[in-house]
Design a protein around this ligand. Structure first.
Ligand code: PLP
Length: 413
């Protein structure tokens, strides 16, 4: 049996931006006995989760569920729609956008990486990692592509490495304004079920997501929501694919089954998560995360530390990135907070290593778990010698006390 000796009492504070804390209700649902994945009970479960998940993506079209992490679903999106040597336009919002671009290159796709064209005094090494996608750059590039060589535009909806969201509807408008036929592929691995997302309305062709963020499940399943245009593109796409191939899965999913052994107990968990999220209502879920994010940002502002996202219009509702002062190793602060207060924070990834940490506000959380997170961070920063302008704990408490949660309002009514 695994021993977690460093966490002797109470619950660990898992405040990384995914995997997120899993509600007990979901853990209990997942503890049901594993059943025959070809038997009659399974078909009912399969049909239920395949139907329910479409409501979360806001799509009328098929959503594939893979027994894989999000990285697998990235590969599935590319390999089902593209051919070797195809040219795609990707946008550098941060570390995950960079990893996706690296994967596309490894698959034999020719990639072009657009990036923010400005500068940033606070973080000169990564100015584009503080902002969302600028749709006008995409439109300008597509207008120049008179031969329609660009087969897809790939963007990340909620960049988990930075705490910045991007306006996906504006990317669709840019593609349409340029009169370009490129497919739109969106990574909403950490955005789905926390931040507003509309697969059909925003004209997304493939949306990629994962279980371990807004859906509040453990890691292990991931998704491709696919438009009719993406299904059409599949027919002529020549990148090799077998396990990831949509055609067989879509066919068998019609009856609630898979061509291979699916992740039965995670699907129990998904069924419970869908009940929880749809009972609360997606709009309430989004408002809840916005409010949590505002309460956490109030703390960062009170400390006088810069928020990674430099554009308030695109603050992430899922996580907040905090830049540490020059000379303060953000990872050393994180380590100290973990050792002393049993609280896990997200590390700075790629170009941001050591310069920032990430505070997650998603999953099975509430106002008080977030105030506790803020308290742990505040103590850790002080112990690390960081001079704080004021009390973040007080600022968070004031925010949460002063802004009644939408669900609490409903209960009172
Ligand atoms: N894309 C984004 C935005 C992510 O946040 C992550 C993981 O955190 C991934 C892709 C990769 O997903 P996974 O780690 O589940 O393979």
């Amino acid at each position: 049996m695994l021993q977690l000796d460093s966490h002797p009492t109470g619950r660990h504070f898992l405040q990384i931006p995914g995997p997120s804390p899993v509600p007990d209700r979901i853990l209990r649902a997942m503890s049901l006995p594993t059943i025959d994945h070809r038997g009659p009970e399974f078909g009912a479960l399969g049909r239920q989760v395949l139907g329910g998940i479409r409501k979360i993506f806001k799509t009328q079209h098929p959503v594939i569920i893979y027994p894989a992490s999000g990285t697998g679903a990235w590969e599935a999106a590319l390999s089902n729609t593209l051919s070797p040597g195809d040219h795609v336009l990707m946008y550098e919002t941060g570390h995950f956008a960079s990893l996706w671009q690296k994967m596309a290159t490894r698959l034999g796709i020719s990639t072009e990486f657009l990036a923010f064209d400005g500068t940033d005094d606070e973080l000169p090494q990564a100015p584009g990692w503080r902002r969302g996608v600028q749709a006008e750059l995409i439109e300008a590039r597509l207008r120049k592509d008179t031969g329609k060589k660009i087969k897809a535009v790939c963007v990340v909806h909620n960049e988990t490495s930075t705490g910045v969201t991007s306006d996906i509807a504006s990317v669709r408008r840019a593609i349409d304004a340029a009169g370009h036929p490129a497919l739109l592929m969106v990574d909403s691995i950490s955005g789905l079920a926390s931040a507003d997302f509309r697969h059909d309305e925003w004209g997304v062709d493939v949306t990629i997501s994962g279980s371990q963020k807004g859906l509040m499940l453990p890691p292990g399943i991931s998704f491709n929501a696919i438009s009719p245009r993406a299904l059409e593109a599949m027919k002529s796409a020549r990148l090799p694919r077998a396990f990831w191939a949509w055609d067989e899965i879509v066919e068998m999913n019609k009856d609630g089954y898979w061509p291979y052994t699916p992740n039965t107990n995670l699907l129990y968990g998904l069924s419970e998560a869908l009940d929880m999220i749809l009972d609360e209502g997606l709009d309430n879920v989004f408002a809840r995360h916005q409010r949590w994010a505002a309460g956490v940002r109030a703390a960062v502002n009170a400390w006088g530390l810069p928020i990674q996202c430099a554009d308030p219009a695109v603050y992430s509702p899922v996580l907040t990135g905090v830049i540490t002062p020059e000379g303060v190793d953000a990872d050393a602060v994180r380590r100290l907070i973990h050792q002393r207060f049993d609280l896990s924070l997200g590390t700075g990834l790629g170009k941001l290593k050591g310069r920032m940490f990430r505070m997650g506000h998603l999953g099975d959380s509430n106002d008080l778990t977030l105030v506790a997170m803020v308290a742990g961070v505040e103590m850790g920063l002080k112990l690390s010698g960081v001079k704080l302008a004021g009390s973040g704990v007080q600022a968070s408490m004031d925010y949460f006390a002063g802004h009644v949660a939408p669900a609490a309002l409903q209960k009172a009514a």
